[in-house]
Design a protein around this ligand. Structure first.
Ligand code: SR1
Ligand code: MG
Length: 423
């Protein structure tokens, strides 16, 4: 199979015949295709994902489809998202070495990436639903965010390179459009593909959709997302885009990569920890999850703290871009000026992060793409109770983001809401 053949979706049955001559794959897993075992394991919303095992190893083959898998061919989606994923992965590997799967091969025409098979890693979301406490995730993810978000921005890159990258990723229009609609708008009106736990949440959903302050805030956040091309984002950094073991963390699936605000990845990620927190009550069949709830809040504290301190470290040691040049501050003996500018920047990231987290919580409960954290709670009344609390929390942090000053304050609010008896 070469990049010149017309696009054709792979299947378990055709994969060995079509990729049997692929050098990159054969050198990893062995060229005896008779011994290849192929499984399709994609459970995401968009793509095909195969695990191919051969005599000498295993690899992942990921292929984009010309439509949204979750919805079907009534929603076409360009194959070029695979190109953006490939280019985002190469940049993330350069900026945060060891944080993403290794790439073995990319075929633009077939929208196909062959990459490292991560084993025994599992999806972080699944681990959190099972109640597993992973010791290293806050540190690993905090470092990943600080390094990729700082090093992909005008704080670090040569301006010519950043502008070239900005132009390259600006063409990821359709995936941005998904975020712009699914995250910032659809949850706040009766959009066609929305769904929620009904009738239990009907009243709360109606209240949120009539909430003028919330709707205005969501649109302000959308404006920031669309207009503030600050850095190369992962673009979809939730707990389903992270693979873990007890000692390793890897970020996957950056097909939504785009130049946007630093706070977006951070907010989306923290929102997923807070949703895991609110969903724990629904997973207590085999025992109380008090320790897991405490762990999840600790993870938010540590993630934010690691992000902040690594970002500050890079600011002090790697600020080579055209923004806040050292020639204006340190080189003039004004280290305080550089620290002042850093504080301004981190303050803005903090405030916007809370807003992005709030709307991310809402869209996972009210929109098209829900989270397994809540979806796997079979009892609809119990699920709705968890979701209602998360919705209330999301509304509070989005609307009051300028008045909330620390992650401990946020977690105190989360705990108060989680312990309420009435919703
Ligand atoms: C139609 S795509 C729905 C969602 O799946 C992806 O993982 C993104 O989060 C997107 O918003
Ligand atoms: Mg994905």
């Amino acid at each position: 199979m070469t990049g010149k053949s017309p696009f054709e979706a792979l299947s378990v049955e055709t994969l060995a015949a079509r990729l049997g001559a692929n050098e990159a794959l054969c050198s990893r897993i062995g060229k005896d295709t008779a011994r290849w075992k192929v499984r399709e394991v994609g459970d995401g919303n968009l793509n095909l994902v195969f695990i191919v095992e051969g005599a000498t190893g295993a690899a992942v083959v990921k292929q984009a489809l010309p439509y949204v898998r979750l919805v079907g061919d009534s929603w076409p989606l360009p194959l070029k998202r695979s190109f953006f994923e490939y280019h985002a992965l190469t940049r993330q590997e350069a900026r945060a070495p060891g944080s993403v799967p290794a790439i073995y091969y990319f075929d633009e025409g077939q929208a196909l990436i062959i990459m490292e098979y991560l084993s025994p890693h599992i999806i972080l979301r699944r681990a959190l639903i099972e109640g597993r406490q992973l010791p290293g995730i806050a540190r690993d993810i905090g470092l990943f965010m600080a390094r990729t978000l700082f090093r992909g921005s005008d704080l670090s890159m040569a301006t010519k390179d950043r502008k070239a990258d900005l132009a390259l990723f600006a063409d990821n229009v359709e995936l941005c459009d998904i975020t712009e609609n699914l995250v910032f708008s659809d949850p706040y009106f009766d959009a066609k593909l929305n769904r929620h736990t009904s009738p239990q949440l009907d009243r709360i959903v109606a209240e949120l959709r009539a909430d003028r302050d919330l709707k205005v805030e969501a649109q302000r956040l959308k404006h920031i997302f669309a207009a503030n091309a600050e850095t190369l984002l992962h673009g979809d950094l939730h707990s389903g885009s992270i693979m873990v073991t007890d000692s390793e963390t890897r970020m996957i699936d950056p097909e939504f990569a785009f130049y946007g605000p630093i706070a977006f990845d951070v907010g989306m990620l923290l929102a997923n920890f807070w949703m895991a927190f609110f969903s724990q009550r629904g997973h207590e069949q085999s025992g109380k999850r008090d320790a897991m709830r405490a762990y999840l809040l600790d993870v938010t504290v540590e993630t934010w703290s690691v992000f902040r301190s690594e970002f500050s470290h890079l600011w002090r040691t790697e600020r080579t871009g055209m923004l806040y040049q050292k020639s204006l501050f340190e080189d003039q003996g004004d280290r305080l000026g550089a620290e002042q500018a850093l504080d301004h920047m981190l303050q803005q990231v903090w405030t916007d992060m809370l807003g992005f987290a709030g709307v991310e919580v809402h869209r996972r409960i009210l929109g098209l793409a829900h989270n397994a954290d809540f979806e796997t709670i079979a009892d609809a009344d119990l699920r709705a109770t968890c979701e209602a609390k998360a919705l209330k929390f999301g509304r509070h942090i989005a609307v009051n983001r300028r008045q909330i000053h620390s992650i401990d304050e946020v977690n105190t609010l989360a705990t108060l809401i989680e312990q309420e008896n009435r919703i």
